[in-house]
Design a protein around this ligand. Structure first.
Ligand SMILES: CC(C)(COP(=O)(O)OP(=O)(O)OC[C@H]1O[C@@H](n2cnc3c(N)ncnc32)[C@H](O)[C@@H]1OP(=O)(O)O)[C@@H](O)C(=O)NCCC(=O)NCCS
Length: 164
């Protein structure tokens, strides 16, 4: 498996994966196209046997030390084979290389597979956001501090807390 920057030619396959794995709030082809052109977004594609099998999309505002994992998805054919974990590792390496101090993300509270993936990778809960998704489901916000270039973490993880 290879992980590389997303190309325009990947979008049809990735949009198909998106429609299959997300029941709602899917990204459109147009949003994918905009993301790969955006200077503040990094989109990575996992490729197996020459075919895109998953992607991760990261957003980072100019001047911010926070890299925000906006989305990650792996096609059902390849799920459970380590693609998600590998994408996450590449997101972190790439974010650290660009000077980010941490990666943050929100995930549906009922998405146990994704939450397991993040917790295995060392992400900590920093907030619960009630009524976050269209259907009223809450979101869990996770954070992972990244090793800086000097090889140490910039600050301790925040204490988990609840927000209204
Ligand atoms: C979440 C997701 C990206 C994980 O990708 P993946 O390639 O399957 O993940 P990995 O193979 O690296 O597996 C990571 C862990 O999750 C477990 N896992 C993966 N799929 C699973 C499933 N369907 N049921 C139970 N556990 C599962 C793996 O066993 C592994 O845990 P382990 O090491 O303890 O065995 C993928 O399931 C997905 O695309 N889900 C739908 C989209 C989504 O929810 N994205 C996250 C939005 S925030």
């Amino acid at each position: 498996m290879q992980i590389r920057r997303t190309r325009a030619a990947d979008i049809d396959v990735l949009a198909g994966i998106e429609d299959t794995v997300f029941p709602s709030d899917q990204m459109s082809r147009r949003s994918f196209r905009r993301s790969i052109r955006s200077p503040t977004m990094t989109m990575l594609t996992a490729v197996s046997d020459g075919k895109p099998v998953g992607y991760a999309l990261v957003h980072r505002r100019r001047g911010s030390k926070v890299a925000h994992l906006a989305s990650i998805a792996v096609g059902p054919d390849m799920a459970g084979h380590g693609v998600g974990s590998e994408l996450l590792r590449r997101v972190e390496t790439d974010a650290a290389r660009r000077g980010a101090a941490c990666v943050r993300l929100e995930v549906r509270s009922d998405n146990s597979v994704a939450r397991h993936l993040y917790e295995l990778a060392g992400y900590h809960v920093i907030a619960t956001l009630d009524d976050y998704y269209e259907d009223g489901t809450s979101a869990i916000r996770y954070e992972k501090l990244l090793a800086t270039r000097r090889g140490r973490r910039e600050r301790k993880p925040e204490t988990p807390h609840l927000t209204a």
